[in-house]
Design a protein around this ligand. Sequence first.
Ligand code: AMP
Length: 426
Amino acid sequence: MRILVVGGGGREHALCWALRRENPDGEIHCAPGNPGTGAVAHNLPIAADDIDRLADAADMLGIDLTVVGPEVPLAMGLADRLRAEGRAVLGPGATAASIEASKAFAKDVMAAAGVPTAASRTFTDAVEALAWVDRQPEPLVVKASGLAAGKGAVVCATRAEAREVVAAMLRDGKFGEAGRTVVVEAFLEGEELSLMALTNGTDLEFLPSAQDHKRLLEGDQGPNTGGMGAYSPVAVATPALLERARREVYLPVLQELRRRGAAFSGVLYAGLMVDHVGTPWVVEFNCRLGDPEAQAVLPLVTGGLTDAFRQVARGERPTAIRVRSGAAVTTVLAAQGYPDRPQRGAAITIPGDLPPGVTVFHAGTTLDDAGMLRVAGGRVLNVTAVAPTFAEAQRMSREAAERITFAGKTFRGDIGWREAARLTPV
Ligand code: AMP
């Protein structure tokens, strides 16, 4: 079995780690990878968006299965290219990846499929958009339609604020190409939930549910980030909720994509807002595993991941993934200045005696010439703890996060606070 994992962040380290666990003797490559993936796989010095060189490498190495981590190469057509060359690949083609790469497309698909989602309008003209905003109730959410690394959605308390954001995107070119088309939608109330399913375009298998923490500071304060931590599973994701998500969200959307000739195969991620009666409203779709959700979800898998990946990559129905009981919590250690101006270069020390059940996934790290691990990106490490109970996993993740050191280390000690509040009797 020769596997290629595309990407170089914490999600890809978790992927390589999980695949290595199931394939102790397999050949696993990661492009470009990071010092963490280098310990469980063979790193290839090829950027995740260098489609030509990735295709060449898959050919030269005789890769049996390519797993694409990030959205950008999928939107650029990496999966189409590999499939055209007869290779099995986990990830959708460019057209189906538009479910993430174009919020306007996603909204259109959802409307056609009758999926619960916030009422919205799509605009390319600022005058029209502003006139419409003036007639809407507050609050509003303004979104750049294109890929904006998770930072293209702005929740606006007032119409005045929404007008400013619309003007910044459509008139001033903030967010560049991604903001040339703007989706304005109603604000949804409820609890957010990340659901991820492996699908061949028709059949699906859910991965354990997760919840992300987008804001930089404890108590969900401060600026939006790519994600400061996650936990899995989430009590909100009851069997009844999963069944509703399957029937009311996944099956109709997959069918609508097939109808459009854009069948989706890979990991379909639905960012849901679950309201007080348990309706799963779709906030967004992603065309790949979440980061940092994957770093919490994958360590709970005890078997069947490689099989399900391979089945989906070949268009077959995925078989069930085995998952342990208990919980996982992952805490992101970010660099000083993240998210605006992360400072690189600080030396990192990871204690050698972290307890069993704790795994440190690398994201923005690099090894210098002397072999010293250093900060090389905004999100530096993901500290995942797996334990029989949520409370234990939360404590272990936090304690390990405290013990890892680098200058300027920033992290949230409250990852999973909603779950903790649910589990603490009042
Ligand atoms: P998105 O880029 O669409 O995932 O949005 C980023 C974040 O903005 C989401 O994770 C939500 O926290 C928030 N958000 C987006 N759309 C809405 C909405 N319609 N109602 C409430 N919150 C939203």
